[in-house]
Each structure stands twice: as structure tokens, then as C-alpha cells.
Design a protein around this ligand. Structure first.
Ligand SMILES: Cc1cc2nc3c(=O)[nH]c(=O)nc-3n(C[C@H](O)[C@H](O)[C@H](O)COP(=O)(O)OP(=O)(O)OC[C@H]3O[C@@H](n4cnc5c(N)ncnc54)[C@H](O)[C@@H]3O)c2cc1C
Length: 259
């Protein structure tokens, strides 16, 4: 069985973002990392193997040259190999183009189960997995907190405030995994070293047979019109309890129209 985990290279959570003149993120200028939310689908893929599923795990990313760092991090957690789609023409691609590239690469790699994160930690659209499934014409189950594979089916557990659901799909399928699925593991030093020897294949747009005018900023259906830095935080109000704390708090909430 072939499991492919989609992983994205995103800016480090603490990094300051630089934007190019066209308001796209200048990814070459920002320190990046494996999207923290993509550690959850990786963890679930590894747990499937530990539960006895006979599978090869591959990682797939679309991103700049430095996105290879995200693949190495993924490979240090486990898995067998990785594919990196990188090409200057991809810069400024929207979610539709991203899904086109990933779906085309998945067809070329071969897959039975595709796992994704619940969202990237930069653009946070939560759409790429569903778009990939639509392009591949396979079932998609979003929001998994756990999964099992038996024969040709995947059984996914989803949790809401009101209920726990079990959703079953025939493979091949795409499943997105949430951050409530269980802690992701840390790589050992030995695994980090071993990951450097695992194969990473690099594909360009030409390798995938995708025309340059199908992707990139020129093909985007949506554009970022402006980018503004978040306003600086203002100091909060401190209420010191000198016997009248509860009244002062209630007054504050009433004045702020919160009560
Ligand atoms: C500064 C900035 C400017 C942008 N400008 C535009 C714009 O002008 N027009 C526009 O339409 N979009 C724009 N985007 C959105 C950008 O193209 C998105 O990154 C892309 O559409 C993917 O969507 P997402 O990151 O929200 O993924 P989500 O849908 O949130 O990701 C869900 C999951 O899909 C997988 N995934 C997502 N992306 C990848 C990837 N590249 N490789 C492998 N797996 C992946 C991961 O498993 C991830 O957990 C911009 C984003 C940023 C940060």
C-alpha cells in the first residue's frame, strides 16, 4: 500500500514575514520549517505502520528550494522517500494551482491513501486536500482525529462537541488530520542522520507535464490586494482587587459592552 503525506514548508512561527512587491510571500527571504500542523498526518501515517499496515510512506511538497528542509524533517520522523516539486514558475500560485500540481504529482507517484494537515500555518485556507481529492476523483474525509486501514477501506474517527462519528471510505482516498489526533513524535539524532540518506526526487513543472500558464501568479483566480502589518498590541487594563475588584471588573465589562 502507498501512503503519501502532503507536507508544506511555511515560515517559522516566530519569523517576520517579508512580502514581495506583488504581495506574495517572499519565501526565499524567510526562515521556514515543516508546517507544525503537518506533523499530525505524519504521526498518523507512522502509527498505521506500527499497527501492522503494510505500507510505504512518501512525503510530497510543492515549494521553493528550501522546502527540501521540510521533507528532511518529515523523513527524520519516519517514512521512506520524498518528492519535491519546485519550479520558478510556481511562485504566486493559488490554492487551485497548488492542488493541480499536487494531484498531478500524486498520479505520477501512485497512491492509495493521501494524508494532509487540517490547514497550513501560513495561508490557512484548509482547502488543498479537498481540491486534490476532487481533481483525483477520490473520496475525501476532513477533520480526522484517528484512522484505521483494513483491506481496501479507511475508517476515520471525527469528533465534534456533540458526537463522535466513524466515516468509512474505499481506498484510494484523501484524509485530513486535525491537531486533536494525538501528539506528534520527535526525531532522534540517529533518525535525523539517517534521513539524509533517504531518497528525495525533485520534479519541475515540465516533469509533470504542466504548462507554465496553468500556475503561478498569472494563473491565480484570487489575488492579495494589500497587506498591512497587524497593529501593535495596546496595554491591557489591570484591575487590582482592593476589596472592590468584582465591582470594578463588572464595570469594566459593562463599559466595554461585554456584559
Ligand atoms: C503571503 C501570501 C500570499 C498569497 N497570495 C496568494 C494569492 O495572491 N492568491 C491566492 O489565491 N493565494 C495566495 N496565497 C495562498 C497560497 O497560494 C496558499 O499557500 C496555497 O493556496 C495553499 O493553501 P493553504 O496554504 O491555505 O493550504 P491549506 O489548504 O490550508 O493546507 C491544507 C493541507 O494541504 C497540504 N498542502 C498545502 N499546501 C501544500 C504544498 N504547497 N505542498 C504540499 N502540501 C501542501 C498540507 O498537508 C496542508 O496541511 C498566498 C499565501 C500567502 C502566505
Amino acid at each position: 500500500m502507498r501512503i503519501v503525506v502532503l507536507v508544506k514548508y511555511v515560515p517559522e512561527p516566530t519569523a517576520s514575514w517579508h512580502f514581495a512587491d506583488d504581495f506574495t510571500l517572499d519565501r526565499d527571504e524567510i526562515a521556514g520549517c515543516l508546517s507544525p500542523l503537518d506533523e499530525y498526518p505524519i504521526e498518523q501515517a507512522l502509527r498505521l505502520i506500527e499497527a501492522g499496515v503494510d505500507a510505504e510512506i512518501s512525503f510530497l511538497t510543492m515549494g521553493p528550494a528550501r522546502a527540501a528542509e521540510a521533507l528532511r524533517k518529515a523523513l527524520s520522523l519516519g517514512g521512506d522517500r520524498a518528492v519535491h516539486v519546485t519550479d520558478g514558475g510556481l511562485r504566486g500560485s493559488d490554492a487551485l494551482a497548488t492542488s493541480l500540481v499536487l494531484a498531478t504529482a500524486l498520479r505520477q507517484m501512485g497512491f492509495d491513501l493521501v494524508l494532509t494537515g487540517m490547514a497550513s500555518t501560513d495561508a490557512e485556507m484548509s482547502v488543498v486536500g479537498t481540491m486534490v481529492a476532487a481533481r483525483l476523483q477520490v473520496p475525501v474525509i476532513a477533520g480526522a482525529v484517528g484512522l484505521q486501514v483494513t483491506g481496501d477501506t479507511v475508517t476515520v474517527r471525527r469528533e465534534s462537541d456533540e458526537a463522535t462519528e466513524e466515516v468509512v471510505a474505499e481506498l484510494p482516498a484523501v484524509v485530513s488530520i486535525t491537531d486533536r489526533s494525538g501528539e506528534a513524535r520527535y526525531p532522534s539524532f540517529k533518525a535525523i542522520v539517517a534521513a539524509k540518506k533517504k531518497p528525495v526526487t525533485t520534479w519541475s513543472l515540465a516533469d509533470l507535464g504542466i504548462a507554465p500558464d496553468q500556475v503561478g501568479a498569472g494563473a491565480a483566480n484570487t489575488i492579495v490586494r494589500t497587506v498591512r502589518p497587524r497593529p501593535a498590541r495596546v496595554a491591557g487594563t489591570v484591575i487590582t482587587d482592593e476589596g472592590d475588584g468584582a465591582v470594578a471588573l463588572a464595570d469594566f465589562l459593562t463599559t466595554s459592552k461585554l456584559l
